[in-house]
Design a protein around this ligand. Structure first.
Ligand SMILES: C[S@@+](CC[C@H](N)C(=O)[O-])C[C@H]1O[C@@H](n2cnc3c(N)ncnc32)[C@H](O)[C@@H]1O
Length: 210
């Protein structure tokens, strides 16, 4: 049992309160980065499958696989899939550091709102596993918190920021403040696009030679 056993029911409020306000919703930006072609998309640490669901609904030709280690979060994801009535999806209860998924088998991998909760060992193992699963020309799409520019948004973001600092005292600030291009370069990825969104940023990364 972990934090997400309790958070699974209310987790999607996060989208309602912060991500969907007037401006650019990162979930929309992510779905726009993935074309409606016959390709495989992996939503790593998918939680309640919000990113995966947006993509699967927009792109019926994609196969979208969601993976998370929390069964309660996946249960919420399954409920949303049933409600949407879509079939180009699959959910798996697995650890993102050791998935057992075939090497170079996915075209896209999404890691949304996960890395700020990790420590250096987890950054290394999740990103190494993602690199292994991704096809040579594949792309990783990262969604992460970003300090808002205007004061009104900073005030609205404050309770979430404080919660994240308290829940992830070790490395949240280090990751939040890091230059993300340099950060991902250190794990074998080159930043191709960076798109500022509500309280967040979306990055599209490709593999670089090691
Ligand atoms: C903040 S939620 C993000 C959910 C979703 N990706 C989103 O964009 O809203 C973090 C999720 O990562 C999952 N998670 C954390 N570490 C994991 C690991 N090693 N393997 C699989 N899932 C993990 C948690 O169970 C939780 O559902």
């Amino acid at each position: 049992m972990n934090l997400y056993t309790f958070l699974s029911i209310g987790y999607d409020l996060l989208d309602k309160i912060w991500l969907s306000e007037k401006g650019r919703n990162p979930r929309d930006v992510i779905e726009e980065l993935i074309p409606n072609e016959k390709c495989k998309v992996l939503d790593l640490c998918c939680g309640t499958f919000t990113n995966g669901l947006f993509i699967a609904k927009k792109n019926p030709k994609n196969l979208v696989v969601g993976l998370d280690r929390s069964e309660p979060m996946l249960r919420e994801g399954r409920r949303k899939i049933d409600k949407a009535g879509i079939s180009n999806v699959e959910l798996m209860c697995l650890d993102a550091t050791k998935t057992g998924i075939e090497e170079e088998s996915f075209d896209y991998a999404i890691i949304g709102l996960v890395l700020h909760e990790c420590n250096p060992e987890l950054w290394k193992s999740i990103l190494a596993e993602t690199r292994r699963i991704l096809k040579p020309n594949g792309r990783i799409i990262i969604l992460e918190w970003e300090r808002p520019d205007n004061l009104k948004q900073r005030i609205k973001f404050a309770p979430l920021y404080i919660t994240e600092v308290l829940c992830n005292p070790g490395y949240f600030k280090e990751f939040y403040q890091a230059d993300k291009t340099d950060f991902f370069k250190g794990y074998g990825f080159e930043t191709e696009q960076r798109i500022g969104c509500n309280y967040t940023t979306v990055l599209s990364l490709k593999k670089r030679e090691l």
